[in-house]
Design a binder for this molecule. Sequence first.
Ligand code: IMP
Length: 181
Amino acid sequence: MLPSPLISAEAIATRVAAMGQEIARTVPAGDLTVVGVLRGAFIFMADLVRAIPREHRCDFLAVRSYGDATISSGVVQITSDLLLPVEGQHLVLVEDIVDTGLTLKYLLDVFTARRPASLRVCALLSKPSRRRVVVPVDFVGFEVPDEFLVGYGLDAAQRFRHLPYIARLPADAASVGTRLG
Ligand code: IMP
């Protein structure tokens, strides 16, 4: 049985529309590149870019942020990098969720070194109570409590990404093992 919604598809759509407007308004004039962090951000990214009423380019990178558990190992690896150059671009990094902040800290260091015109972070979800490092998140969809969430791109061992809403991980799926971002 599918888990029931914690954040409904309608609530997500309303929030994503507002975030798209905010990004278009607040990122300075110039070239804008929106970068989706795979795999968790793939659905959010698809909806978000269609809600940004301003010309921009889309690119993706894939990271492996966790090993064999639902607890952050602190080890982050870029398994597939951007296609486009970053220098001189206003960059918006799009994350599914900022949990410990370790993945984002690593990505911010990597991208800052590539000399973008500016660098902002957009996350659908943020779990502030779980932070282990201080990271700026410029656009946040929803702050959520310390619970493992799935749906709208977020997975547990590749399950539940397809849900059109955000849900708590069902108890009977809690021992799922490997998650790769
Ligand atoms: P962080 O490095 O701990 O901030 O977590 C980075 C990644 O872990 C996120 O981009 C997600 O892919 C994954 N993650 C963290 N919390 C959750 C969750 O509640 N559900 C699904 N994935 C999560």
